[in-house]
Write a protein that binds this ligand. Sequence first.
Ligand SMILES: Nc1ncnc2c1ncn2[C@@H]1O[C@H](COP(=O)(O)OP(=O)(O)O)[C@@H](O)[C@H]1O
Ligand SMILES: [Mg+2]
Length: 359
Amino acid sequence: MTIHSDSKGIKIENVGLRFGETEVLKGVNLNIEPGEFFAFLGPSGSGKSTLLRAIAGFGPNPSGRILIGDRDVTGLPPWQRNVGMVFQSYALWPHMTVRKNVAFGLEERKVPKKEVERRVEEALDLVGLSHLAERRPSELSGGQQQRIALARTVVVEPQVLLLDEPLSNLDANLRVQMRRDILQLQRKLGLTTIFVTHDQEEANTTSDRMAVLSDGVIQQIGRPMELYDNPKNRFVAGFLGSANIIDGEVRVDAKGPAFVSDKGLVLDFRPHAEGPGSLVFRPQNTFIRRSDSSTDNCLEFAGKVVYREFLGSLIRYGVEVAGHLLAVDEMHRIGLEHVGEGADVSLCVDLNQTVLVNA
Ligand SMILES: Nc1ncnc2c1ncn2[C@@H]1O[C@H](COP(=O)(O)OP(=O)(O)O)[C@@H](O)[C@H]1O
Ligand SMILES: [Mg+2]
């Protein structure tokens, strides 16, 4: 294979940006390693695209510094940054064939004809679409168009690959396949990649590390499972998967510190901390106690089942506990005995499965 990548790391130093009165990025700091698959994950409007575009050199110049490898690219136009960008909308030239679309960037760069042919062939092969080279984009499916957009981007051998919600226009099954294909392509080329998505499953399954954004601020950076298991604050806990979150504070009484919820529920949970916080645990780690279940190391809750939903692989119960609505997931299997709505139940959460986070 001859298409390669001279992959570089990315350093973002105190980057800020405002649109009029609105501060869209607030003092963002981030280090991405060469060859890393990195995701920006956050709700719509959190600033993911703005940050990505700032790295690519699109849009207004932010404050702070951006480095690609050792090169300070702050203020440089996009074409001097050696970045390749892929958009949700594919942005292919409709009047050109697939082959011509992929060749275009190389021809612009005055690459010799023979080499253009060879690299285009290779790039098409890399995305598995050599057989469609003579078609026009309108004759391809959405997934195929996005593959062409990828081929067109990697063929010019950028130092970093930037993907802005590249799968959002595709249907669910295809998205799952495409995210694997993108990861495989990235691994083959060893290309530093930033993948912007609002879909946590996409970020979890592809990225080495990710940054969770909200309101123009990076809330937390880490490996997907690390963030899921140890969210730093309430936002990250609630954004990554389903979570039971009980807001309250740690108060010190005669028996030492105890967690008291904002609805007055006192828990036998004694962290080495004081002050406001939220207790977080996951529905799949919350159990409805059956007569034979053990209570070792349990944080116990007495409550009433207020709803029951069959979700296919799971049964989800909503259980009201002193004004808090908690979710409990049980793996479904044939013959499982269900608890009815209105039933009084006792819940158990393994203390090792709980985390106390900042409000
Ligand atoms: N060109 C612009 N002019 C004014 N506001 C903008 C512009 N681009 C983005 N914004 C605002 O910046 C915020 C972040 O947008 P964006 O980066 O697109 O978020 P995300 O990609 O996370 O959905 C939003 O509130 C959006 O309305
Ligand atoms: Mg966006």
